[in-house]
Design a protein around this ligand. Structure first.
Ligand code: SAM
Length: 280
C-alpha cells in the first residue's frame, strides 16, 4: 500500500481518547494524532486540548454522523491517499458518539481501517460495579419521554444480562425510579466522574439509589449499571398463568400484570394481554 505524506498508511484510524484523565490517552493513540494528515473531531475546541496534550499540531475537521453527506464523502475520498484519524470528545468514538456511518462507508469503499483502542465509560463503570460481567448489554442513553422510556425498558426486562446506561445528573433519580418500576428493584451501581478528581461509585437497589439522589442530583458524567434479574428459572406459561390468576384476585389487572412481571422477570405488557384473556 502507498504511504501518505504523514508516513502513515492511508486510511481511517479510530483513536480512543480519555474519559477524563488525559493520561489515559495511549502512547500509540497520541502518535497517530501527531502523524495523521487530518483529524475528524466532534468539537474542535474540546479536541484542541487533547491535541495540545499529545503534542499534535495536525489540522482538525468537524465531523458528525448527521453532517452533510458531502462531508463524509470527502473524508472517505481522502482516506484513499491520506491518513484520517477519528476522535470524539471523550472515550471511544462510535460509542454514543459519531463515527458509525463513517466506518460503514469507509468499509463499503474498501478503505484501510484500524483502531487505537482505549477507555470507554461503559466498560470502566462495568468493572467498578461488582455486578456480573459475563453477559452485558449497552443501552446508551434512555429516551427522555416516559412512554418511550417504558417501551425501551420493557424490551429488555426478561434479558439475563447486566445493563449499562449513560445518564445525566438532573435525570438520574427519575431514571432509576423508572428502571425499578419496569425492570424490578434490582441491584445497581452509579459511577460518576470516572478517572477524574471526584470519581465515585455508589451501589444499592434501584429504589435505594433513586431515593439517595432525589434531593441532590449529582454533578458530572454518570453511568448506571443494572444487574440481571433474579436467578429464579424462567417461569413456565402455567406458572405465569397461575400467578396472574392469584394476583388478579387481589389487584386490578394492570397491577397484577406488573407484580407477576417483576416476580418472574417477564414482559409486563405481554402479561397484561394474557391477564385480559384469562379474565375474559
Ligand atoms: N464515547 C464515550 C465513551 O466511550 O464512553 C461516551 C460518549 S457519551 C456522548 C458521554 C456519556 O458517557 C456521558 O454523558 C456519561 O454518561 C458517560 N461518561 C463519559 N465520561 C465519563 C466519566 N468520566 N465518568 C462517568 N461517565 C462518563
Amino acid at each position: 500500500m502507498e504511504t501518505s505524506t504523514s508516513g502513515l498508511e492511508p486510511g481511517l484510524y479510530i483513536v480512543a481518547g480519555p474519559i477524563g484523565n488525559l493520561g489515559d490517552l495511549s502512547p500509540r493513540g497520541a502518535e497517530i494524532l501527531r502523524l495523521a494528515d487530518v483529524i475528524a473531531v466532534e468539537d474542535t475546541r474540546v479536541s484542541a486540548r487533547l491535541l495540545r496534550h499529545a503534542g499534535s499540531e495536525r489540522p482538525m475537521v468537524p465531523y458528525h454522523d448527521h453532517s452533510a453527506e458531502g462531508v463524509r464523502a470527502r473524508l472517505i475520498e481522502r482516506m484513499a491517499s491520506e491518513s484520517v484519524a477519528l476522535l470524539s470528545d471523550a472515550g471511544t468514538p462510535l460509542i454514543s458518539d459519531p463515527g458509525y456511518k463513517l466506518v460503514r462507508d469507509a468499509r463499503a469503499a474498501g478503505r484501510n481501517i484500524t483502531t487505537l483502542p482505549g477507555p470507554s465509560a461503559a466498560i470502566a463503570a462495568l468493572t467498578l460495579s461488582g455486578l456480573p460481567t459475563d453477559r452485558f448489554l449497552f443501552m446508551g442513553f434512555l429516551p427522555v419521554k416516559q412512554k418511550a422510556r417504558a417501551d425501551t425498558l420493557a424490551e429488555v426486562v426478561a434479558l439475563r444480562a447486566t445493563l449499562i446506561f449513560y445518564e445525566s445528573g438532573p435525570r438520574l433519580s427519575e431514571s432509576l425510579a423508572a428502571m425499578a418500576e419496569h425492570l424490578g428493584d434490582r441491584d445497581a451501581a452509579v459511577s460518576r466522574e470516572i478517572s477524574k478528581t471526584f470519581e465515585e461509585t455508589r451501589t444499592g437497589t434501584l429504589t435505594e439509589l433513586s431515593a439517595r439522589y432525589a434531593d441532590a442530583p449529582p454533578k458530572g458524567e454518570i453511568v448506571v449499571i443494572v444487574g440481571p434479574p433474579g436467578e429464579a428459572p424462567p417461569a413456565s406459561a402455567e406458572d405465569a398463568d397461575a400467578a396472574l390468576m392469584e394476583a388478579m384476585e387481589r389487584l386490578p389487572v394492570s397491577k397484577a400484570a406488573g407484580e407477576v412481571a417483576k416476580k418472574f422477570g417477564l414482559d409486563r405488557r405481554a402479561l397484561y394481554d394474557r391477564a385480559l384473556e384469562l379474565k375474559g
